[in-house]
Design a protein around this ligand. Structure first.
Ligand code: ADP
Ligand code: 5GP
Length: 201
């Protein structure tokens, strides 16, 4: 019997490097799948429909909410973001660990519905890096950068509720931390019961 995959929820302030670190983890681990969210925000240069996000309009997004197609959803800096249920659970049933890149409200909703989810918060060691990286990424207006930083301050207050904190000063080191967490979670005794059940006294 295939063991179900793990739910790995990754949050952190915009600019912390979530996408960068997740991409490195996925490159090294074929057993990990990414939960592709739906969003009403515009695609950034280089983002690919269906790989990074499903880019939809507000009416389409609201239909998905109405049809109960989303595991969770939230508004962030004026746009909708949400997790389609079906593909995530298909991957989990097939034994793949699924990474959900979601902000803090979405993470709380997933934890409520799936208490077995593992929650990882990712930050640089120095908060000032957030603004530097958002400016360096060059994808957001001044107004959006200011709103993302303001939101980041509130998000930091939630970090203690997470199971793990990954520090992203160097993307490879951060990816190694995330891979170590996934490996450790797969080694939990509760996850490895099948190796014990077949031995009788
Ligand atoms: P997030 O997904 O958390 O919003 P990104 O992965 O888009 O963050 O990273 C934000 C910007 O910071 C990008 O331009 C990325 O290349 C850069 N970046 C990511 N990790 C690091 C790091 N450890 N040091 C310096 N820059 C980084
Ligand atoms: P960005 O616009 O930088 O890609 O993402 C903005 C924020 O939305 C990030 O904190 C990211 O984690 C979050 N996010 C992305 N997808 C989802 C989702 O499906 N649900 C929720 N709740 N947040 C999401």
């Amino acid at each position: 019997m295939t063991e179900k995959g793990k739910l790995i929820v990754v949050s952190g302030p915009s600019g912390a490097g979530k996408s960068t670190v997740i991409a490195r983890v996925m490159k090294d681990d074929p057993d990990v799948a990414f939960s592709v969210s739906a969003t009403t925000r515009a695609p950034r240069k280089g983002e690919v429909e269906g790989r990074d996000y499903h880019f939809v309009d507000r009416a389409f997004f609201e239909k998905m909410i109405e049809n109960a197609e989303l595991l969770e959803h939230a508004q962030y800096v004026g746009d909708y973001y949400g997790t389609p249920k079906l593909p995530a659970f298909e991957n989990i049933e097939a034994g793949k660990s699924v990474i959900f890149d979601v902000e803090v409200q979405g993470a709380a909703q997933i934890k409520l519905k799936c208490p077995e989810a593992v929650l990882i918060f990712i930050i640089p060691s120095d908060f000032s890096q957030i603004e530097k990286r958002l400016r360096g990424r060059n994808t957001d207006s001044e107004e959006k950068i200011a709103r993302r930083i303001e939101t980041a301050r509130r998000e930091y207050a939630m970090a203690e509720k997470y199971d793990y904190i990954v520090i992203n000063d160097d993307p490879d080191t951060a990816a190694n931390e995330m891979k170590a967490i996934i490996t450790a979670e797969k080694c939990r005794a509760s996850y490895r019961k099948k190796y014990l059940n077949e031995v009788s006294l």
